[in-house]
Design a protein around this ligand. Structure first.
Ligand SMILES: [Zn+2]
Length: 294
């Protein structure tokens, strides 16, 4: 397993509004293009600390679903162990935008947490669109890790998926103990001749701003977007006891599993990442959508 290092930041505590102003400023400046990436965002690495011990002894689960998609992940009990190890390590966390902001992405009303899908099923993340109406971006748009962290689940779409049922998905646990999920990531054949970033293996340590893949439309969706989810293992325990959530997962088990999903735009539930996401343009139209089924 390839666990070596993680970057942490040691800059002093800035007040929230100062932080947001800094984010705006940073994203508006001309920035260098990293050698290994096509994303035009600065990376902030202050120093590195070994995290090699944090995934020691964790159980790995491999699941092949009936359509040939393969998921490799840490078991539920191992996730709790890892969360405790991360929280007790007292790492500061760096947060950044989950996709390249040079494309001016936005979150449509139909892509917000809790927006309604067929049969009144609520949407359990936020959808970030690089282009209006989810049209295909003219060039690949990088999906970036919003936080430092460790890859705790990787789901690969089968090579042939004519009905587009299985999404490419990666989940990363951050030192804040939350799990950040990136869904519908693209396929190599989406853009002929363009660089493609393979999904990172389970256990890989990532820095905020690392490229995880490209915006795609794998899985049951008709539009090109990133489905970004935040979940919390403590919230999961509450949801498992709550009749409304239990019914949701029972009725829609194909699409949703109880993993402690919280609203990424809610600072009380999602924490600091909400500040980052709330600078996206949100539209206030009707929150009903029949396009994105996840
Ligand atoms: Zn979605």
């Amino acid at each position: 397993m390839n666990i070596n290092k993680i970057s942490i930041q040691s800059f002093s505590k800035l007040k929230r509004n100062v932080k947001i102003a800094a984010i705006f400023l940073t994203s508006s400046l001309p920035t260098k293009i990293n050698n290994d990436q096509f994303v035009k965002m600065p990376k902030q690495i202050v120093h590195e600390v070994s995290l090699s011990s944090l995934t020691k002894g964790l159980d790995v689960v491999e699941e092949v679903n009936c359509r040939g998609g393969v998921t490799k992940r840490f078991s539920d009990s191992s996730l709790n162990v890892l969360k405790n190890r991360l929280l007790s390590s007292n790492f500061n966390v760096t947060y950044t935008y989950p996709i390249d902001t040079s494309v001016k992405p936005y979150i449509p009303s139909t892509g917000q947490f809790g927006s309604l899908r067929p049969q009144n099923r609520p949407h359990l993340g936020v959808d970030i669109y690089p282009r209006l109406y989810g049209r295909k971006p003219k060039q690949p748009v990088a999906v970036l890790s919003a936080t430092d962290g460790i890859v705790v689940s990787v789901k690969k779409s089968p090579q042939k998926d004519p009905q587009n049922l299985i999404a490419n998905n990666i989940k990363i646990m951050s030192p804040d103990g939350k799990i950040y999920s990136y869904d519908h990531l693209g396929r190599p054949e989406d853009y002929v001749g363009a660089k493609y970033t393979e999904l990172k293996p389970l256990g890989t340590v990532v820095n905020a701003g690392d490229t995880l893949g490209t915006v795609g439309r794998t899985g049951e969706t008709a539009v090109w977007h990133l489905h970004f989810g935040v979940s919390d293992l403590d919230a999961k325990q509450e949801q498992l006891k709550n009749p409304t959530w239990k019914k949701l997962f029972k009725d829609y088990s194909v699409y949703a599993t109880p993993s402690g999903q919280v609203d990424p735009l809610d600072v009380n539930k999602a924490g600091d990442i909400a500040d980052i996401l709330n600078v996206y343009k949100l539209d206030d139209g009707p929150k009903v959508d029949y396009l994105d089924k996840l």
